[in-house]
Design a protein around this ligand. Structure first.
Ligand SMILES: C[S@@+](CC[C@H](N)C(=O)[O-])C[C@H]1O[C@@H](n2cnc3c(N)ncnc32)[C@H](O)[C@@H]1O
Length: 371
């Protein structure tokens, strides 16, 4: 563990903490977070004010928190915070980092350098993005979110079926990595006392909803080390996750705390909550079918295409055409494909002489071992 004066959970869970992320994170124990969303300063390099054709000034990101002296200084900052959050991540956690063309390539490369393993890069397309008023380059209507796991070998949460509902192009089909989400709406934007935008880079809740639903479970701890106006914490609360937000600007902290306070969690039977808590089907090793006398050593199995016969041997393996191994491995070798779900492609002959899929036996085992 990093720091002898470690905080207890009650000091940081379900809280928006005021202060510098580096300092605050150093007081956390190792491995205490299930998911991270980070929207770090972008280093936008805006040296001049931006004006619209009608001579009104564009409300761009030129805050002090976004200024760095050089790319090297930005890289040092990036490496330091990535290492700090990696220490508090459980090895099963994943991290999403958002950015623009100004910083995302530097961030992605440093993520790989410190050991993260990139899973996807989401391109967030904003149909209502501001034009490039001077017409000197393309309209900047995308942002990026890199999704990575702890390292190459780590396992992680991904609700593949649950996120199909977010497919903007082909309803109900596998979700791709281009997301169509409007920039934060007026209704969602927090305002300061003068009625102006409170935070220049407040993220839309829809973006966080997709991220949190995709890669965490109810009850998980979601950390945002640059929480700004509190978007991540508010959406985590809606989705029955626990949250930790860190922000060093007191006015953002005050607004974020109030926002989270006013946020209501979804009903427990909401599909976004109930769908994530549904139990995964129990894993059944092929060997168990032999141990429970559903199949016997020496029995013949039949592959669907191309047609082949295999013999069940000891240790839950099969032999066919000189190949020996699991039903999946031998199936893949005979089909000459990278993988094969043996449960779906191998058949056995039942007591009535009918050919039936091995998966029927797996389901029978599951039904009898249900608690
Ligand atoms: C891009 S904004 C995040 C906006 C946020 N996603 C939202 O929806 O409101 C980055 C935030 O990080 C904060 N910040 C920058 N450096 C920090 C640090 N070292 N510790 C804590 N907060 C920091 C800034 O004050 C700023 O509010």
């Amino acid at each position: 563990m990093n720091n002898p004066a470690l905080l207890n959970e009650q000091h940081y869970i379900n809280r928006i903490l005021l202060g510098d992320s580096f300092e605050i994170l150093s007081s956390f124990p190792d491995d205490c977070v299930d998911l991270i969303f980070a929207d770090p300063p972008y280093n936008l390099q805006l040296n001049q004010a931006l004006w619209r054709p009608n001579n009104t000034k564009v409300d761009a990101v030129n805050d002090a928190w976004d200024q760095f002296d050089s790319f090297a200084a930005y890289d040092d900052f990036t490496r330091a915070w990535l290492l700090a959050v990696r220490r508090v991540m459980k090895p099963t956690a994943t991290i999403w980092v958002s950015g623009t063309y100004h910083n995302i390539f530097r961030v992605g490369s440093i993520m790989q350098d410190v050991g993260f393993w990139i899973l996807n890069t989401v391109t967030w397309f904003k149909p209502n993005a501001m034009p490039n008023f001077r017409g000197t380059r393309l309209k900047n209507d995308v942002e990026f979110v890199i999704w990575a796991k702890y390292d190459e070998r780590s396992r992680y949460t991904f609700h593949h079926h649950l996120v199909k509902q977010f497919n903007d192009f082909s309803a109900g089909k596998q979700l791709g990595s281009v997301w169509h989400i409007g920039a934060t709406s007026r209704a969602e934007r927090l305002k300061d006392d003068a009625g102006n935008k409170l935070h220049s880079t407040q993220k839309p809740e829809e973006l966080l909803k997709r991220i949190i639903v995709a890669s965490s479970n109810p009850g998980d701890v979601v950390l945002d080390p640059f929480v700004g106006s509190g978007t991540t914490a508010a959406v985590a609360k809606q989705l029955h996750r626990r949250w930790i937000g860190i922000e060093r600007e007191p006015r953002y902290v005050a607004a974020a705390r109030e926002r989270v306070e006013q946020t209501q969690p979804l009903l427990p039977n909401d599909p976004l909550i109930a769908g994530a808590t549904r139990e995964k089907p129990k894993r059944v090793p092929f060997k168990l079918l032999i141990e429970q006398a559903y199949l016997t050593v020496g029995q013949t199995l039949y592959l669907d295409k191309p047609e082949h016969e295999a013999t069940i041997i000891e240790n839950g393996q099969i032999r066919a055409n000189g190949f020996v191994g699991s039903i999946h491995r031998v199936g893949a070798q005979l089909k000459q494909t990278p993988s094969c779900n043996g449960w779906k492609h191998w058949y056995f002959v039942d007591d009535d002489g009918q050919r039936r899929q091995l998966d029927d036996l797996r389901n029978a085992v599951r039904a009898t071992t249900k608690r």
